[in-house]
Design a protein around this ligand. Structure first.
Ligand SMILES: [Zn+2]
Length: 139
């Protein structure tokens, strides 16, 4: 067995290089990994990162249709941020209805510019939110 400082020669590099060639996963292999990951329940019940929240938000496309801005990930991230900062009160600031949960109530953006500014957001029930957005869009 050789001991001490072991210098790799060009020949060694060539051998090592060859040994690792052809080890990239094939397209089929990638698909198998992907299919496997879809059934992965590992992340359930875990605390979600901002990135995950955006992904979850993305997956709810269409359900927020009246106020949905399409593929704008920034919109999702911003809403996740507001929820994180201000929580999810159950009272509409406009009509005063209480006990609203889930999609019955949302954070509405006052300026329409989706500022990263907590003063630019108010808690509105779905109907007030819709009215508010319609009014804002009028010229
Ligand atoms: Zn309301």
């Amino acid at each position: 067995m050789p001991t001490g400082i072991y210098t790799r020669t060009e020949q060694h590099r060539e051998i090592n290089s060859k040994a690792h060639r052809g080890q990239r996963p094939t397209e089929e292999h990638k698909r198998k990994i992907s299919g496997f990951m879809k059934g992965n329940l590992y992340s359930l019940g875990r605390i979600h990162s901002e990135e995950t929240k955006v992904k979850m938000c993305e997956s709810h496309k269409g359900e927020k249709a009246y106020n949905w801005k399409g593929d704008d990930v920034g919109y999702c991230a911003l809403h996740a941020w507001v929820r994180n900062e201000l929580g999810q009160p159950d009272t509409c600031e406009e009509c005063g209805r209480t006990g609203l949960i889930g999609r019955q109530i949302n954070w509405a953006n006052k300026s329409g510019e989706y500022k990263r500014d907590l003063k630019d957001w108010r808690r509105l029930c779905i109907s007030c939110h819709r009215n508010f957005d319609l009014k804002r869009k009028e010229p």
